[in-house]
Design a protein. Structure first.
Ligand SMILES: *Cc1c(COP(=O)(O)O)cnc(C)c1O
Length: 410
């Protein structure tokens, strides 16, 4: 990264003049934290009692036998508090906010996972918290809204535009501009203007640091390949960063092919030809947009991967050939999830199941002395309605529709 936050030709900070001082303040606080070993020690210590760190690496013996190829290991980020790697990022930013002396955090959320994670952190650290959420998403995600409110957060339903995530982002930025002195914006992934990609990737690097040491301890060697799903790119950067300098380790990012990369209904930025380099949302990367720069509609069975942009750090690693990008369709992902549940008794999130699908496709063609590591970014309990729908069992479907309606009813 250069001193303006560029990774190769990607990244940067395209922000309104009024926010420049706030971003500078954040960059300085981040630089101070990075050069202070006490900060990382505090982060690890908090995460070890509050969020099950270090998360284990688990040998998937049954899946390994099933494919009859590479030995399959799984990094268990699903065991974090609130069920995903998001806990690492929100707590890291929370500790930084405390050092900056700010008292209030804001965030935007789509499916609600990042909102819930941010609200738990705010409750724990005694920070005021406001979560912006499109009104459509508020109605779709009653259980998450319920918990955010119990945790003490103010949930603001955004009624403008399409009343979904991108409108919530606009509102959150408006709030930040009005309250810069007291407030920090907790961005949820390794995207957005500099220094957010650097900061989020740094907090998530705890995954890769642990995983590298665990593989050496348990296997006496590094994995041949590491797989992670890619939404904004934070869990992928987290685990990849542990192996970036080990050139013999292949790093594979798996994006959402949705209904197929030729159908238009997908969210594959780096593994399709539908994305163009552009500047939006304050940074430069590949966006799923048409030639006129209009953002396309994206689709994935996994809400957390349904995003038009991608981390500028991953865009650069793609261009430099250090990370290979693949994609998995909704159908492949649901099959991979079903197999993992049945064989190992693990319930990966639909997002994480993309990484599993990518690994399963290649594992049987690898030798039995080769080792692959899959990042299970989160747990799949939250996906019950979607998965039941995908399995298409009429009995369950009826039950679940009734439950979902009961949630939605006041
Ligand atoms: C949010 C989420 C993702 C996508 O975010 P990244 O920044 O790409 O990691 C992936 N997996 C799970 C379980 C999530 O909750």
């Amino acid at each position: 990264m250069d001193n303006r936050g560029y990774y190769g030709r990607f990244g940067g900070a395209y922000i309104p003049e009024i926010l420049v001082a706030t971003f500078d303040e954040l960059s300085e606080a981040l630089a101070r934290a990075k050069s202070d070993p006490g900060f990382w020690a505090e982060f690890e210590s908090v995460m070890s009692t509050y969020s099950c760190r270090p998360t284990p690496v688990c040998f998937a013996k049954n899946l390994t036998d099933h494919f009859g190829g590479a030995q399959i290991y799984i990094k268990r980020e699903d065991l974090n508090h609130t069920g995903a790697h998001k806990a690492n990022n929100v707590m890291g930013q929370g500790l930084l906010v405390q050092r900056m002396g700010k008292r209030r955090v804001i965030a935007e959320t789509g499916a609600g996972q990042h909102g819930v994670a941010t609200a738990t952190m705010a409750a724990r650290l005694g920070l005021e918290c406001t979560i912006y959420m499109g009104a459509v998403d508020v109605a779709r995600q009653r259980p998450n809204v319920f918990w955010m409110e119990r945790l003490g957060a103010t949930v603001v339903p955004v009624e403008t535009g399409s009343r979904t995530l991108k409108d919530a982002i606009n509102e959150a930025f408006r709030d930040w501009v009005a309250n810069m002195d007291t407030t920090h914006y907790v961005l949820g992934t390794a995207c957005g203007p500099h220094p957010f990609p650097e900061m989020v990737a740094w907090f998530q690097s705890i995954i890769g640091k642990e995983a590298r040491a665990q593989m050496l301890r348990e296997k006496g060697r590094l994995p041949h390949r590491v797989y992670a799903c890619v939404g904004g790119g934070s869990n992928a950067m987290g685990i990849f960063s542990g192996f970036l300098d080990d050139h013999e380790v292949d790093l594979v990012g798996v994006e959402a092919a949705g209904e197929g990369v030729d159908t238009g209904a997908h969210a594959a930025r780096l593994a399709s030809t539908d994305a163009q380099v552009g500047v939006a949302q304050g940074y430069k990367t590949y966006f799923l947009q048409d030639r006129d720069g209009q953002m396309r509609h994206t689709h994935s069975v996994a809400a957390g991967l349904d995003y038009v942009g991608v981390s500028p750090i991953l865009a650069d690693l793609h261009e430099r050939g250090r990370v290979r990008f693949e994609s998995a369709t909704d159908r492949e992902v649901v099959d991979a999830l079903a197999l993992t549940v049945r064989k190992e008794g693990l319930i990966p999130a639909l997002e994480s199941s993309h990484a599993f699908a990518g690994a399963f496709r290649e594992a049987s063609r690898m030798r039995s002395d080769e080792v692959v590591l899959i990042n299970q970014s989160g747990r799949g309990d939250k996906d019950i309605f979607t998965v039941a729908d995908a399995f298409d069992d009429p009995k369950w479907r009826q039950f679940i529709i009734e439950k979902a309606e009961a949630y939605r009813a006041d």
